[in-house]
Ligand binder design. Structure first.
Ligand code: FMN
Length: 190
Protein backbone atom coordinates (compact mmCIF):
# COMPACT_ATOMS: atom_id res chain seq x y z
CA UNK A 1 0.00 0.00 0.00
CA UNK A 2 1.73 3.08 -1.27
CA UNK A 3 0.55 6.66 -0.78
CA UNK A 4 2.24 9.23 -2.96
CA UNK A 5 2.09 12.94 -2.11
CA UNK A 6 3.00 15.82 -4.41
CA UNK A 7 3.81 19.04 -2.59
CA UNK A 8 3.58 22.26 -4.60
CA UNK A 9 4.88 24.53 -1.82
CA UNK A 10 8.54 25.51 -1.60
CA UNK A 11 8.23 25.97 2.19
CA UNK A 12 9.49 22.87 4.00
CA UNK A 13 7.82 23.91 7.25
CA UNK A 14 4.87 25.72 5.72
CA UNK A 15 1.16 24.99 5.94
CA UNK A 16 0.91 22.66 2.96
CA UNK A 17 3.94 20.69 4.14
CA UNK A 18 2.55 20.32 7.68
CA UNK A 19 -0.84 19.17 6.46
CA UNK A 20 0.64 16.70 3.99
CA UNK A 21 2.87 15.35 6.78
CA UNK A 22 -0.21 14.75 8.97
CA UNK A 23 -2.08 13.01 6.13
CA UNK A 24 0.91 10.76 5.46
CA UNK A 25 1.25 10.00 9.17
CA UNK A 26 -2.41 8.92 9.18
CA UNK A 27 -1.81 6.71 6.15
CA UNK A 28 1.28 5.14 7.76
CA UNK A 29 -0.75 4.41 10.91
CA UNK A 30 -2.86 2.11 8.70
CA UNK A 31 0.18 0.37 7.24
CA UNK A 32 0.90 2.47 4.16
CA UNK A 33 4.35 3.19 2.82
CA UNK A 34 4.44 6.89 2.00
CA UNK A 35 6.49 9.06 -0.34
CA UNK A 36 6.41 12.84 -0.53
CA UNK A 37 7.63 14.53 -3.69
CA UNK A 38 8.61 18.12 -3.01
CA UNK A 39 8.23 19.58 -6.48
CA UNK A 40 10.36 22.62 -5.65
CA UNK A 41 13.33 20.45 -4.67
CA UNK A 42 13.53 18.06 -7.59
CA UNK A 43 15.01 18.68 -11.02
CA UNK A 44 11.77 18.91 -12.91
CA UNK A 45 10.89 20.41 -16.26
CA UNK A 46 7.61 21.47 -17.77
CA UNK A 47 5.78 19.65 -20.57
CA UNK A 48 7.76 20.08 -23.80
CA UNK A 49 4.65 19.88 -25.97
CA UNK A 50 6.00 17.01 -28.09
CA UNK A 51 2.61 15.23 -27.97
CA UNK A 52 4.36 11.85 -27.97
CA UNK A 53 1.97 10.90 -25.14
CA UNK A 54 -0.90 11.04 -27.70
CA UNK A 55 0.57 8.00 -29.48
CA UNK A 56 2.77 6.41 -26.80
CA UNK A 57 -0.21 6.46 -24.49
CA UNK A 58 0.31 6.96 -20.77
CA UNK A 59 4.01 7.78 -21.18
CA UNK A 60 5.72 11.15 -20.84
CA UNK A 61 8.80 11.52 -23.05
CA UNK A 62 10.33 14.21 -20.84
CA UNK A 63 12.94 12.50 -18.64
CA UNK A 64 13.83 14.13 -15.34
CA UNK A 65 13.40 13.61 -11.59
CA UNK A 66 9.59 13.68 -11.93
CA UNK A 67 9.49 10.76 -14.41
CA UNK A 68 9.58 7.88 -11.89
CA UNK A 69 6.89 9.55 -9.76
CA UNK A 70 4.57 10.10 -12.74
CA UNK A 71 4.87 6.36 -13.37
CA UNK A 72 4.34 5.58 -9.70
CA UNK A 73 0.88 7.21 -9.78
CA UNK A 74 -0.28 4.17 -11.77
CA UNK A 75 0.70 1.69 -9.05
CA UNK A 76 0.03 3.79 -5.90
CA UNK A 77 -2.94 3.09 -3.65
CA UNK A 78 -3.65 6.79 -3.31
CA UNK A 79 -2.38 10.24 -4.19
CA UNK A 80 -2.22 13.42 -2.10
CA UNK A 81 -1.98 16.78 -3.85
CA UNK A 82 -0.99 19.79 -1.75
CA UNK A 83 -0.55 23.33 -3.03
CA UNK A 84 -0.53 26.95 -1.89
CA UNK A 85 -2.44 29.64 -3.76
CA UNK A 86 0.01 31.95 -5.52
CA UNK A 87 -1.26 35.00 -7.36
CA UNK A 88 -4.90 33.76 -7.36
CA UNK A 89 -3.95 30.36 -8.84
CA UNK A 90 -2.05 27.17 -8.03
CA UNK A 91 1.74 27.56 -7.59
CA UNK A 92 4.00 27.34 -10.64
CA UNK A 93 5.61 24.17 -9.30
CA UNK A 94 2.20 22.49 -9.20
CA UNK A 95 1.24 23.71 -12.68
CA UNK A 96 4.32 21.97 -14.09
CA UNK A 97 3.05 18.71 -12.57
CA UNK A 98 -0.50 19.25 -13.87
CA UNK A 99 0.80 19.80 -17.41
CA UNK A 100 2.95 16.67 -17.23
CA UNK A 101 -0.12 14.73 -16.07
CA UNK A 102 -1.53 15.26 -19.57
CA UNK A 103 0.45 12.11 -20.37
CA UNK A 104 -1.90 10.18 -18.05
CA UNK A 105 -4.93 11.05 -20.22
CA UNK A 106 -5.57 9.31 -23.54
CA UNK A 107 -7.71 10.89 -26.26
CA UNK A 108 -10.95 9.07 -27.05
CA UNK A 109 -11.92 8.77 -30.74
CA UNK A 110 -15.33 10.36 -30.05
CA UNK A 111 -13.69 13.25 -28.17
CA UNK A 112 -12.87 13.64 -24.51
CA UNK A 113 -10.32 11.73 -22.48
CA UNK A 114 -9.78 8.42 -20.76
CA UNK A 115 -7.58 8.02 -17.67
CA UNK A 116 -4.55 5.80 -18.09
CA UNK A 117 -4.38 5.40 -14.30
CA UNK A 118 -5.91 2.10 -13.15
CA UNK A 119 -9.21 2.46 -11.27
CA UNK A 120 -9.60 2.01 -7.50
CA UNK A 121 -7.34 4.74 -6.13
CA UNK A 122 -7.99 7.35 -3.47
CA UNK A 123 -7.15 11.02 -3.54
CA UNK A 124 -6.86 13.85 -0.99
CA UNK A 125 -6.38 17.56 -1.62
CA UNK A 126 -4.74 20.25 0.51
CA UNK A 127 -4.79 23.92 -0.47
CA UNK A 128 -3.43 26.78 1.64
CA UNK A 129 -4.24 30.42 0.97
CA UNK A 130 -3.75 33.78 2.63
CA UNK A 131 -7.20 35.25 2.00
CA UNK A 132 -9.83 34.78 4.71
CA UNK A 133 -12.57 33.88 2.27
CA UNK A 134 -12.21 30.11 1.75
CA UNK A 135 -14.54 30.31 -1.29
CA UNK A 136 -12.38 32.81 -3.17
CA UNK A 137 -10.28 30.35 -5.18
CA UNK A 138 -12.86 27.60 -5.67
CA UNK A 139 -12.41 27.71 -9.43
CA UNK A 140 -8.67 27.02 -9.13
CA UNK A 141 -9.28 24.38 -6.47
CA UNK A 142 -11.91 22.60 -8.59
CA UNK A 143 -9.49 22.71 -11.51
CA UNK A 144 -6.68 21.20 -9.44
CA UNK A 145 -8.89 18.43 -8.03
CA UNK A 146 -10.29 17.71 -11.50
CA UNK A 147 -6.95 17.50 -13.30
CA UNK A 148 -5.03 15.54 -10.66
CA UNK A 149 -7.76 13.49 -8.96
CA UNK A 150 -11.32 12.99 -10.20
CA UNK A 151 -10.33 13.38 -13.88
CA UNK A 152 -7.95 10.46 -13.44
CA UNK A 153 -10.74 8.41 -11.86
CA UNK A 154 -9.58 8.62 -8.24
CA UNK A 155 -12.06 8.66 -5.36
CA UNK A 156 -11.68 11.77 -3.23
CA UNK A 157 -11.53 10.99 0.51
CA UNK A 158 -11.66 14.69 1.43
CA UNK A 159 -10.03 18.07 1.01
CA UNK A 160 -8.65 20.83 3.20
CA UNK A 161 -8.77 24.50 2.26
CA UNK A 162 -6.56 26.14 4.88
CA UNK A 163 -6.51 29.88 5.49
CA UNK A 164 -3.05 31.06 6.55
CA UNK A 165 -2.88 33.02 9.77
CA UNK A 166 0.39 34.11 11.32
CA UNK A 167 -1.24 33.73 14.73
CA UNK A 168 -2.06 30.11 14.01
CA UNK A 169 -0.26 28.32 11.17
CA UNK A 170 -1.67 24.93 10.22
CA UNK A 171 0.76 23.00 12.41
CA UNK A 172 -0.58 24.77 15.53
CA UNK A 173 -4.23 24.15 14.69
CA UNK A 174 -4.78 20.82 16.45
CA UNK A 175 -8.27 20.21 15.09
CA UNK A 176 -7.09 20.75 11.55
CA UNK A 177 -4.02 18.54 12.02
CA UNK A 178 -6.24 15.82 13.50
CA UNK A 179 -8.59 16.14 10.54
CA UNK A 180 -5.62 15.79 8.16
CA UNK A 181 -4.45 12.66 10.03
CA UNK A 182 -7.97 11.17 9.69
CA UNK A 183 -7.97 11.90 5.96
CA UNK A 184 -4.73 9.94 5.77
CA UNK A 185 -6.30 6.92 7.46
CA UNK A 186 -9.11 7.00 4.88
CA UNK A 187 -6.68 6.81 1.99
CA UNK A 188 -6.42 3.07 2.49
CA UNK A 189 -10.20 2.52 2.46
CA UNK A 190 -10.82 1.64 -1.15
C1 FMN B 1 4.17 34.53 -4.34
C2 FMN B 1 2.97 34.41 -3.42
C3 FMN B 1 1.72 34.71 -3.92
C4 FMN B 1 0.59 34.57 -3.11
N1 FMN B 1 -0.64 34.84 -3.65
C5 FMN B 1 -1.74 34.66 -2.90
C6 FMN B 1 -3.03 34.91 -3.44
O1 FMN B 1 -3.19 35.30 -4.58
N2 FMN B 1 -4.10 34.72 -2.63
C7 FMN B 1 -3.98 34.31 -1.33
O2 FMN B 1 -4.99 34.12 -0.65
N3 FMN B 1 -2.77 34.05 -0.80
C8 FMN B 1 -1.65 34.22 -1.54
N4 FMN B 1 -0.41 33.96 -1.01
C9 FMN B 1 -0.32 33.45 0.38
C10 FMN B 1 -0.15 31.95 0.44
O3 FMN B 1 -1.10 31.27 -0.33
C11 FMN B 1 -0.30 31.47 1.88
O4 FMN B 1 0.64 32.13 2.71
C12 FMN B 1 -0.17 29.99 2.03
O5 FMN B 1 -0.50 29.65 3.37
C13 FMN B 1 1.23 29.52 1.74
O6 FMN B 1 1.25 28.11 1.86
P1 FMN B 1 2.53 27.31 2.37
O7 FMN B 1 2.78 27.74 3.80
O8 FMN B 1 2.13 25.91 2.28
O9 FMN B 1 3.64 27.63 1.45
C14 FMN B 1 0.73 34.12 -1.77
C15 FMN B 1 2.02 33.84 -1.27
C16 FMN B 1 3.13 33.99 -2.09
C17 FMN B 1 4.51 33.66 -1.54
Amino acid sequence: MQILAFNGSPRKKGNTSSLIAAILEGARSKGAVTTEVRLHDIDMKGCMGCLSCRTDIGKCKQKDDLSPYLEKIKSATGVVIGCPIYMYRISGQMKLLVDRMYSLYANLPQGGYKSMVPAGKTYALVVSQGADNADLYQKSIRYLAGMTGSGLGMKEVGRIVHVDSHQQPAQRNKNLMDFAFTLGTKMLEI
